[in-house]
Design a protein around this ligand. Sequence first.
Ligand SMILES: Cc1cc2nc3c(=O)[nH]c(=O)nc-3n(C[C@H](O)[C@H](O)[C@H](O)COP(=O)(O)O)c2cc1C
Length: 189
Amino acid sequence: MPLIHECVVTTLSPVGRPHIAPLGLIEDGPHWIIAPFRPSATLFNLSQTPKATASFTDDARVFAGLVVGHRTFPLTDIENWPAPRLSCALAHAELEVVRVEEDEIRPRFICRVKHTEAHRPFLGMNRARAAVLEAAILATRLGRLPREKIESEIAYLRIAIDKTAGEAEREAWDMVMEKIAEHLSRETA
Ligand SMILES: Cc1cc2nc3c(=O)[nH]c(=O)nc-3n(C[C@H](O)[C@H](O)[C@H](O)COP(=O)(O)O)c2cc1C
């Protein structure tokens, strides 16, 4: 399996409005691949404007916020590049689509990494942030997973939260847990 970079991708609507979504970009030698499932705004936008920006952040609240539907994170324009980055990004990459591999379920946009730039220092890995990321991905797949699987994953991930989370990670965890709890309570109703 190739390395996957979890990040936030900015694409542009046909009228130039930025759209952000958390996505895992697949590293493939010199290229990075954006693989959005159908249907999605990211997929539509990329087929219209083949330029995107990947923002890399260690703020777990961004991933949590996006999966619970908050889309209003501050963005910063990039010189000579149309898709803005997250203002809080530690680094960003400017991605230009060079080829599209069509697929009925999940097309692949093969991108050239035109430019990368660092903005803030990265201060190390953290288990709680990784746990929030896992829980955020889980929260996008709730309809496809049995209750037992969801509950056992959460129980395991919670260990890292209890042991290593700071305030921001706890806030992010609580946002995702609220969404998952709502789903589970709807299921029992
Ligand atoms: C960390 C993370 C990684 C994700 N990676 C992908 C991905 O590679 N492809 C995808 O279609 N959805 C992925 N998702 C789910 C999308 O973010 C979600 O479907 C989103 O709403 C995209 O749809 P949109 O472009 O219409 O906003 C991921 C979610 C998270 C939290």
